[in-house]
Design a protein around this ligand. Sequence first.
Ligand code: DQA
Length: 148
Amino acid sequence: MTSILVLHGPNLNLLGTREPEIYGATTLPEIDAGLRDQGAAAGAQVRCLQSNHEGALIDALQQAATNGTHAVVFNAGGFTHTSVALRDAIVACGLPVIEVHLSNVAAREEFRRVSLIAPVVVGSIAGFGRDSYRLGLEAALAVLRRTD
Ligand code: DQA
C-alpha cells in the first residue's frame, strides 16, 4: 500500500489559534484527519507527524527513507527559511518531497521569500490555506503514479 508521511514543522501545532487571519481557523488534528480520509479514498496510508524540533524532523525524514514511506508532504514552517540541515535531510532521504505552506510565502516578509528547501523538493504549493495540504497530498500521489 502506498504510504505517505505528512510532516509539520514548528508552531503548526498551534493552528486554529495562531494568527488565524494568516493561517486559518482549522486545527492541525482537523487537517490531519482530512488528509487521512483523502489518502484512504485513494488507497494510500497517510501518517502525520508534527514537531517543533529540527532534529526530530530530521529523524523523521531519515526514518522515512527506510520504513517503507513512498513520499513526504512537508510544511517545514519557519525552518523553511533557515535550515540547511533539513535541506540536507530531504536530499539524503531520497524520497519525493512536496513542500507546502498555508500562506503565500512569496507575498509576505522578505525573509519568507527564501526557501532553502525549495531547490531539493519535487515542487512547492503555497497560499491555499488548508487546501495547500490537500493539493500537496494530491501532488504526492500523482508523482508516485507518474510513468512518463
Ligand atoms: C508557513 C510559512 C512560514 O513562513 C511560517 O514560519 C510558518 C508557516 C505556512 O504554512 O504558511 O510557520 O510554513
